[in-house]
Ligand binder design. Structure first.
Ligand code: FAD
Ligand code: N01
Length: 546
C-alpha cells in the first residue's frame, strides 16, 4: 500500500482478533484498501490475551473456526473436542499468514480517537503511535470481552506480591510452585484455571462472590472418523448450525419439544444425566423451556446442585458452591474437575456471604468475618498470599468500543449517546455515527452464540454494505433514530420473555459499578440473521443513504 493509501484508506478496522482478521480479508477481496490497528503485539484477540492456565473453548473445535474458506476448513487439523488457547492462537496465526494479512496490520498500536468529518464524509482516526489516518468507514472489531475489569478493591496497589488478570496473562509461563495463591472470581475463566493452579500451588484460596453452574466439558482427543465425517459435509454442517438458536450444536442430542415438566421426574433425570455424561453446553438444550419457565429451570438447576453435592465431600463446602440463581442466565461454564478441586487439602473456599473482601493489604487479602445466620460482623481475617489472580471478567460488550473517544455528527460523542446504555440498529450501527460499524455489537446475538458464526455474518453484512455504497456512488449510510429505537425495544422485549435478565450478569452490565443496566445481546441467531438480510435486500431499510 502506498504512503497516501496508508494515510487515506477505504476502511480502518480496530482490532485483529477473529473479527478484524476476517474483516480485513473480506475488504481486500472486494478491492477496498484497509488498515487494521491492534493494541496487542500479535493477532488472535481473546486468544492472544487470555493465556491463563486451562484457557480453552466451550464451543466444539469443528464449529469454532471460520467457514469462509473451504480450503482452510479442510486443511486445518484440530486435535481436541474443545481446543485449548495455544491451539486457537496457532489457528489465528495460521489464518493471518495463509491470507497474508499481517502486512496491513499495525501492532502495538491503540486507536485512541475517531472523529467524523461531516464535510468530507470521512473518519479521522488517531492512534497512540501518533499516526492519523482518514477512512470512509470505521469498523470496530474491538471484541465483546476484551476490556479487562480490574475492580477498585481498596488497597489493591499496596499488595507486595505478584498480581495477574486472566484476560491480560503474561506470555511466559507463570510458576505457582510453592506459592500461596488467592483467586478472586468464580466465572468461566476462574473455573478453568482453578483446577490447574490448585494442583501446582502450595495453597489456593478462592474468593467467591456468586456461585456458578458448571457442566463437565468431557474434553478429549477428536476422533478421526468424526473429523472425516464433518469435513465430508462441512458446508451443510455449517448451514445446519446457523439454523440453531445459538448457531451451534446441530449434531448434538435432540431437544425435547415438550416442556420439562411434561416429563415425569425419572425421564427428566435421565435426559439431564445423558447430557451431563456427554458434557458441553448442550446441557441447557435438554428442554425448550429451560430459559422460559422458572419451574422448568429449577429442574435443571436442581440436577446440577445434586451433582455438586455428590462430588464435593465436605457438605458445607458443597452448599457454598451451589448456585441459587437461574441456570443459564449467565453463560454456563464448562469445566474439567472443577468441583473435585474443593476436595483437595490445599484449597479453601471463602464466600462473600460470610467472608466478603474488605480490602487488599501489602501481605494479602483482608476479609470480614460475618455470622452465617445473622450476617453480623464477627471480626476480620487476613489471608497471607504470595500472588493474587484477578479472574474478575470484563467490561463486556461496550467497554472496548467506548474505550475509543468516538465522536459523530455535530461532535456528539458515543459516550454521551450511550450514557443510558448502548443504542444500536441491528447491533451493527448507531444513529448519528455515519459509516461506523461494530462487529458483534450490543443488540446483536454475539455472546449468546458461537461467536465465529456471528462474526462471519457481520463481516459479510458490512462487506456487502460497503460494496453497495461504492456501486451506488453513495458517501454515507446512517441508521435512523426511529429504526434504532424500535430495535432497542425489540432486543429488550425478546429478553423480557425469558429468564435471562434475572441475575447479576455481565449481559446486563451489572458486574461494573455505575454501568447502565440494559440487557445487551439479542437472543436468537436465525431470526436475527434473516432480519439483517431482509434489511439489506429492501435497500437498507431503517437507514439513510446519502
Ligand atoms: P477479540 O478477540 O476480543 O479481539 C479484539 C481485539 O481488539 C483485541 O485484540 C484488542 O486488543 C483489540 N482492541 C480493542 N480496542 C482496541 C483499540 N482501541 N485499539 C487497537 N486495538 C484494540 N466465544 C465463543 O463463541 N466460544 C468460546 O468458547 C469462547 N471462549 C472465550 C474464552 C475467553 C477466555 C474469552 C475472554 C472469550 C471467549 N469467547 C468465546 C468470546 C471471544 O471473545 C470470541 O469468540 C472471539 O474470539 C472474539 O473475537 P473478536 O475479534 O470479535 O474480539
Ligand atoms: O468473567 P465473569 P470471566 N468482587 O464476569 C467476580 C467468556 N469465557 O472472565 O458473579 C468480587 O464471568 C464475579 O462475581 P459475580 C464467557 O463468555 C469463556 O470468568 O459478579 N468478585 C465472577 O465470579 C464468560 O462468561 C470461557 O458475583 C468479583 C468473576 O469475578 C466471559 O468470557 C472461559 C468482583 C468474573 O466472572 C467472562 O468470563 C473464560 C468484585 N468486585 C471466559 N468483580 C470458556 O469456557 C467481579 N467478580 C469458553
Amino acid at each position: 500500500m502506498s504512503e497516501t493509501a496508508r494515510a487515506r484508506c477505504d476502511a480502518v478496522v480496530v482490532g485483529a482478533g477473529f473479527s478484524g482478521l476476517h474483516m480485513l480479508h473480506r475488504l481486500r477481496q472486494a478491492g477496498f484498501n484497509a488498515r487494521v490497528f491492534e493494541a496487542g503485539s500479535g493477532v488472535g484477540g481473546t486468544w492472544y490475551w487470555n493465556r491463563y492456565p486451562g484457557a480453552r473453548c466451550d464451543i466444539e473445535s469443528m464449529e469454532y473456526s471460520y467457514s469462509f474458506s473451504d480450503a482452510l476448513q479442510q486443511e486445518w487439523e484440530w486435535t481436541e473436542r474443545f481446543a485449548s488457547q495455544p491451539e486457537i492462537l496457532r489457528y489465528a496465526e495460521h489464518v493471518a499468514d495463509r491470507f497474508d494479512l499481517k502486512r496491513d496490520i499495525t501492532f502495538d498500536t491503540r486507536v485512541e480517537k475517531a472523529a467524523f468529518d461531516e464535510e468530507a464524509c470521512r473518519w479521522r482516526i488517531d492512534t497512540d503511535g501518533g499516526e492519523t489516518v482518514e477512512a470512509t468507514a470505521l469498523i470496530m472489531a474491538t471484541g465483546c470481552l476484551s476490556s479487562a475489569n480490574l475492580p477498585e478493591f481498596e488497597g489493591r496497589t499496596s499488595f507486595l506480591g505478584e498480581t495477574y488478570h486472566t484476560g491480560r496473562w503474561p506470555h511466559d509461563r507463570v510458576d505457582f510452585g510453592g506459592k500461596r495463591l488467592g483467586i478472586i472470581g468464580t466465572g468461566s475463566s476462574a473455573i478453568q484455571a482453578i483446577p490447574i493452579i490448585a494442583a501446582e500451588a502450595e495453597h489456593l484460596t478462592v474468593f467467591q462472590r456468586t456461585a456458578n453452574y458448571s457442566i463437565p466439558a468431557r474434553n478429549g482427543p477428536l476422533e478421526s472418523d468424526y473429523v472425516r465425517e464433518i469435513k465430508s459435509e462441512y458446508p451443510d454442517f455449517r448451514a445446519r448450525n446457523r439454523l440453531m438458536p445459538a448457531a451451534f450444536g446441530s449434531k448434538g442430542l435432540t431437544r425435547s419439544g415438550a416442556p420439562a415438566l411434561a416429563d415425569d421426574p425419572t425421564a427428566r433425570e435421565a435426559r439431564f444425566a445423558e447430557r451431563w455424561e456427554r458434557g458441553g453446553l448442550g446441557f441447557l438444550g435438554a428442554y425448550n423451556d429451560l430459559l422460559l419457565s422458572r419451574d422448568a429451570n429449577e429442574t435443571a438447576a436442581d440436577f446440577v446442585r445434586a451433582r455438586i453435592r455428590d462430588t464435593v465431600k465436605d457438605p458445607e463446602v458443597a452448599e457454598r458452591l451451589c448456585p441459587d440463581n437461574v441456570i443459564g442466565c449467565k453463560r454456563i461454564c464448562l469445566d474439567t474437575r472443577y468441583f473435585e478441586t474443593y476436595n483437595r487439602p490445599n484449597v479453601e473456599l471463602l464466600v462473600a456471604r460470610t467472608h466478603p473482601i474488605e480490602r487488599i493489604t501489602p501481605e494479602g487479602v483482608l476479609v470480614k468475618v460475618l455470622n452465617s445466620q445473622t450476617g453480623e460482623r464477627e471480626g476480620a481475617r487476613e489471608i497471607a498470599l504470595d500472588c493474587i489472580v484477578f479472574a474478575t471478567g470484563f467490561d463486556a460488550m461496550t467497554g472496548a468500543v467506548l474505550g475509543v473517544d468516538i465522536s459523530g455528527r455535530s461532535g456528539r460523542t458515543l459516550l454521551d449517546a450511550w450514557s443510558a446504555g448502548p443504542l444500536t440498529y441491528l447491533g451493527l450501527t448507531t444513529a448519528g455515527f455515519p459509516n461506523l460499524f461494530m462487529i458483534t455489537g450490543p443488540g446483536s446475538p454475539s455472546v449468546l452464540t458461537n461467536m465465529i458464526v456471528s462474526i462471519e455474518q457481520h463481516v459479510d453484512w458490512i462487506g456487502d454494505c460497503l460494496e453497495h455504497l461504492r456501486r451506488e456512488r453513495l458517501a454515507t449510510i446512517e441508521a435512523t433514530s426511529e429504526a434504532q429505537d424500535a430495535w432497542v425495544d425489540h432486543v429488550n422485549a425478546v429478553a423480557g420473555q425469558t429468564l435471562m435478565p434475572t441475575c447479576n450478569s455481565w449481559y446486563l452490565g451489572r458486574n461494573i459499578p455505575g454501568k447502565p443496566q440494559v440487557f445487551m445481546p439479542l437472543i436468537g441467531f436465525p431470526p436475527y440473521a434473516e432480519k439483517c438480510a431482509e434489511v439489506a435486500q429492501n435497500g437498507y431499510e431503517g437507514f439513510v443513504l446519502r
